[in-house]
Write a protein of this length. Structure first.
Length: 73
């Protein structure tokens, strides 16, 4: 859910590709990934932005119709 929320924020901010989503995610203040529920790899640094490959894999596996139904309900 974290990657989907992060991607949605990036698209709302103007990102139009997976590369742009990953770039936007890498540049956000560290508190945003924490607010979106990002996993902490290093306890002292907070959540890190996912790599483009991770974003791509997650978004490829999302059922668009199910996501639309869940967010539109």
């Amino acid at each position: 859910m974290f990657v989907i929320a992060l991607a949605a924020c990036a698209v709302l901010a103007g990102a139009t590709s997976l590369t742009a989503i990953a770039g936007w995610a890498a540049d956000v203040p560290p508190d945003l990934p924490a607010r979106l529920g990002g996993p902490c790899r290093e306890p002292d640094t907070g959540p890190a932005a996912p790599a483009e490959a991770t974003i791509r894999r997650v978004l490829q596996r999302v059922d668009g119709d199910a996501l639309d139904a869940a967010t539109g309900a």
